[in-house]
Design a protein around this ligand. Sequence first.
Ligand code: GLN
Length: 448
Amino acid sequence: EAVLDRITAVDPLIQAYLTLDREGALRQAEQADVARKKGAAGPLCGIPLAVKDNFCTRSLPTTCGSKMLENFVAPYDATVVTKLRQAGAVLLGKLTMDEFAMGSTNENSAFTIPHNPWNRDFITGGSSGGSAAAVAADECFAALGSDTGGSIRQPASLCGVVGMKPTYGRVSRYGLVAFASSLDQVGPLTKDVRDCAILMDVISGHDPLDSTSQNRSVPDYTEALQEGLHGVTIGIPQEYFKSGLLNPDVEKVVQEGIAQLKEAGAELVEVSLPHTDYCVAAFYLIAPAEASSNLARFDGVRYGYRDCDATSLLEMYSRSRSGGFGDEVKRRILIGTHALSAGYYDAYYRKASQVRTLIREDFMKAFTRCDLLVSPVSPTPAWKLGEKINDPLALYLSDILTISANLSGIPAMSVPCGFSRDGLPIGLQLQASHFNEPVLFKAAFNLE
Ligand code: GLN
């Protein structure tokens, strides 16, 4: 009830929720109370959580921030939603996002554009901006997001909360509406590192319904939360700190964070990720290529929006897709379709896939010298709403520090580290080799 009151008070200003299920939440809370009294409380018993609106939920709409799915209710729950429910969580509702998770500011939503709780003139980041804002504004205790190129970590950084993109295959994507299937991963946004570990304990693990989920045992992530970093080597990628890339406040705050890690006992080494300059180009071919294929299913026949004035089948397809998708989604479909078309496939998609392998090898090589990498998450703190929305290339470039973790499949985390001179939060990014989430938790715990 306290969280629902809080939502009533602040959500008109923040605009994080697309769907709020008041009655359902109170009912679930009562059920949790019964379970607790019976001694059958799960690890999240009675905890009020919310999820980004691209996770399928049986009882609530799943819009993906798109007019295309405005009235869509999925016939099943995503595996992670089932896991939250089984752990006793109370699902408050669904959080706003960039349409089909494409964006870095959440301004691409067809419905509501959230405001940064630290200063409402500023963006939350995206595409999980609703999730980050809701956690930062105490409108839920924690949330789930999805991260294809930074969409958990970047809004977490800009809103001052913890966000983790787990290793590709660590958490089931079944019931997450696909953006780019080889890059998408589900993860938590939380108030602190311990909450993140607790949520990861609940959502991780093999799922026979997701063929890319890995059948490996799940460690207890909360056990990694220990004081001290003796014996841990932390790499500083020189390309991420080269002059001109970082806003001075971001650089200063992250350097202070690095000093804190050193003080906790970590050894620092300089490492190189020589293909960093090619990350953005590779990502913005691979992600749109996969998106153009995934979004082909939205044809006005099987799901969502249909233009009923069309007089032929082809016209119905084209008018439904023209009317149902927003500009950024259309831009990605065009880029992706072009990059996959006969005659261009080798020059664009295949080349980008080869570059992806080189980027991954950079990381594997760096991890022979260190246990984790430290860097900023976003080159700048949050910027003003509307400031860059007409400059898609500037937005794409702002993803430079986060997308390589998705291209490589490695786990990465954003931890609040300090503030800009304007009082906006700045996060620090930690990245580790595949399935090495425990070392991320350990380092993050020592930053709090
Ligand atoms: N900002 C990136 C994009 O617009 C990544 C988004 C994401 O991780 N879903 O594609």
